[in-house]
Design a protein around this ligand. Structure first.
Ligand code: SF4
Ligand code: SF4
Length: 247
């Protein structure tokens, strides 16, 4: 997405001294940094060591993308079984040949100064963050749901009017309600709103609309499995009888 900033990329790069950007250049310098943008979830010991090293070398560390913020899709299976059990189930062996950890966002391990959510990130949101940094500030963090942007655009509410399983009420804004604007319900690709998400209420609303608990649990976990409220709710639902599927 950063490289897709075709019209702005040259201006942007002329204002930055890029030390490492492996997707864009083989030039790579391990040095002290003003700002590190880190993507990907922490899912190996090696990755964790690398993250800690980057944190030590950086004045500001920014997590970009849902993997780096919450762990994203690969965190869906977290807490379901230990790695030992999983190895036994898949390979019929108990040894852990892979140095894997349950996927988590960066803030589970190190201090993070800013999170830019999205799967993928929005390139303009990234650009605005860099512009704020160049002016010596961190950008404003959005702490309200996609529904706010949906209402500001005067889109029809797909949840209320059509009974579609929209997650807009618990997902952090910033996409300008892209999907509802196209008549598609929000699947939550920007992740839940930190400290504000009421996942239990979303569960109740979707149940009232006729969706069963298993379907709702999987939908909530898709991008938000590591989010505290969703993890708690999923555990509670998993203890109950599994549901029958979608609506
Ligand atoms: S369509 Fe979705 S995002 Fe828009 S107001 Fe309804 S619930 Fe919120
Ligand atoms: S509406 Fe939801 S799924 Fe669509 S881009 Fe926004 S956060 Fe992602």
């Amino acid at each position: 997405m950063i490289l897709n900033l075709e019209d702005e990329l040259l201006d942007l790069l002329s204002n930055l001294d890029v030390k490492s950007f492996i997707m864009a250049s083989s030039a790579h310098e391990e040095t002290d940094l003003d700002v590190a943008f880190v993507e990907g979830s922490v899912s190996t010991e090696e990755g964790l060591e690398r993250l800690k090293d980057i944190r030590k070398r950086s004045k500001i560390l920014i997590a970009i993308g849902d993997c780096a913020v919450w762990g994203c899709v690969q965190a869906m299976r977290n807490q379901e079984m230990s790695m030992k059990e999983r190895m036994r189930k898949v390979y019929d062996k108990e040894e852990n040949f892979y140095d894997v950890l349950e996927p988590k966002g960066l803030s589970a391990y190190v201090d993070v100064d800013l999170e830019i959510p999205g799967c993928p990130i929005d390139k303009i949101e990234f650009l605005n963050a860099v512009l704020s940094l160049l002016h010596g500030d961190l950008p404003e963090v959005k702490d309200y749901p996609v529904c706010v942007e949906c209402k500001l655009n005067e889109y029809q509410c797909l949840l209320v009017e059509k009974g579609m399983p929209c997650l807009g009420p618990i997902i952090v804004a910033g996409c300008n309600a892209l999907c509802p604007g196209l008549g598609v319900d929000c699947i939550g690709c920007r992740g839940p709103i930190r400290d504000e998400t009421n996942a239990a209420e979303e569960l109740n609303v979707l149940k009232e609309k006729g969706y069963d608990e298993k379907y709702i649990k999987n939908r909530l976990k898709f991008f938000g499995a590591n989010f505290g409220e969703i993890a708690k709710l999923s555990k509670m639902l998993e203890k109950k009888q599994p549901g029958k599927g979608g609506k």
